[in-house]
Design a protein around this ligand. Sequence first.
Ligand code: CMP
Length: 165
Amino acid sequence: MALLNRISSANIGIFFLILQANKTRYMSGKITFTMIKPDAVADGHIGAILGKIAEAGFKFKALKLTQLTEADAKKFYKVHAARPFYGELVEFMSSGPIVAAVLEKDNAVEDFRTLIGATNPADAAEGTIRKMFARSVGENAVHGSDSDENALIEAQFHFSGREIF
Ligand code: CMP
């Protein structure tokens, strides 16, 4: 019995060490968070967009098809609450299914923002995801975190610890 107790407390110790190591990894600039937005899902672009993300060298740490409630969208975009487009943004982002994903790569946040292109597809560079798949500045196909800190917050908004690998 004493031996069993020793083994299980050793296992618990290892479990917490792994959790700590994972947390440190997430905080060291290697992850970003993305959503394929309702326009691109409705337009049938999930496969093409996931393919471009993988081809660019990002690894999928978490992935799911889901839908935001109006309350979820208000909370996720609360930083934009004072903007004139906030109501439109919340309505659009909760209007249909999205794909949420946590991505891993060195320099993930910056490299992903380069891959997706400017917020307005009219200003986005050729070959970027928004240039290829977005409808407009409001319905712009994909979201990408704007900082390492927000990547972590946004990943945890959408995924529980056991959904991130
Ligand atoms: P994203 O950068 O993912 O998060 C904020 C979103 O607000 C942005 O994508 C656009 O979809 C949206 N947005 C930004 N500017 C405008 C605008 N002028 N009109 C409508 N939506 C906008």
